[in-house]
Design a protein around this ligand. Structure first.
Ligand code: PAF
Length: 279
């Protein structure tokens, strides 16, 4: 595996592959790699000649300094894992390298960014779009892989691709869950053993609400989920919204598009997100 730490190295490595007509798959990550990332890597390997995995904890997408500082990092372990799993190129730049050109980009995603993560984390999606657009430009990847846990992020990235006509296919991969149902996330590493043992409640409550979908209205489902979380004092619910799966706007009744419930919840000082498709 090649490890590129500068944009020039990355572009040089990939130019050779593009000239040979090889397809390139990109897996953008913030490191602290887990099984979910590895499942995306596996899929990217199956569908592309060359796979690039970027590891970069992107400061401009954090609206909370403490969250940025506490974000788990273990680059050496990540590099070993990527090598072991057959990744071709790891792109591991410093912040000075990525933002030698200052991050002055201003993106706009309309209503997609005014709800849920967008309103809870002002500036977050502008920061995500900034790094993801730069990665697309540097790698000229044919495909890029994202996990469906970050449902709103995918909607924003698809809109970015549409707005700028970027020739990359966005491949959306299902949420990867631990055996007890907790959606894999780098942030899970920060949970104490005690909190980790109750974290699967998030998926359990959402699954329970899914099983009630035929007997409850969407607002009743929303109230059900909110009241379930109130029973567990360890959880602090930041939001649970039932939204149109395409526009991400809150729904009172089912329309023509799909329906998805998205949640952000705090557990022992760690912010976790998940979602549940209803229709
Ligand atoms: O989902 C993530 O890990 C990040 O938001 C991403 C897409 C790597 C951009 O920093």
């Amino acid at each position: 595996m090649e490890i590129c730490r500068t944009i020039n190295e990355l572009e040089a490595c990939l130019e050779v592959e593009h000239l040979k007509g090889k397809s390139v798959g990109l897996l953008p990550t913030m490191g602290a790699l887990h099984e979910g990332h590895l499942s995306l890597l596996q899929r990217a390997k199956e569908e592309n000649d060359v796979v690039v995995c970027s590891i970069f904890v992107n400061p401009v997408q954090f609206n909370n300094k403490e969250d940025f500082e506490k974000y788990p990092r273990d680059v050496e372990k990540d590099e070993r894992l990527l090598e072991e799993k057959g990744c071709n190129i790891a792109f591991v730049p410093s912040a000075d390298e990525v933002y030698a050109e200052p991050a002055t980009e201003q993106y706009s995603f309309g209503d997609l960014e005014t709800v849920m993560e967008g309103s809870a984390r002002p500036g977050h999606f502008n920061g995500v779009a900034t790094i993801v657009k730069r990665l697309f430009d540097w790698t000229k990847a044919n495909r890029a892989y994202f996990g469906e846990k970050d449902y709103q992020q995918i909607a924003v990235i698809k809109d970015l691709v549409r707005q700028f006509n970027i020739p990359v296919e966005i491949i959306v991969c299902p949420i990867f869950r631990d055996a007890d149902g907790l959606a894999t996330s780098s942030r899970n590493q920060r949970l104490s053993a005690d909190k980790r043992s109750i974290a699967p409640k998030i998926h359990q409550i959402l699954s329970k609400s899914y099983n009630l979908k035929d007997s409850l209205s969407l607002s009743q489902i929303k109230n059900f989920v909110i009241s379930e979380f109130k029973m567990y004092k360890d959880f602090e619910l930041e939001y649970f919204e039932i939204v149109d799966a395409q526009t991400l706007q809150p729904l009172l009744k089912k329309g023509n598009n799909g329906v998805i419930g998205c949640i952000a919840v705090w557990l022992g000082g760690v912010r976790l997100i998940d979602n549940q498709r209803y229709y």
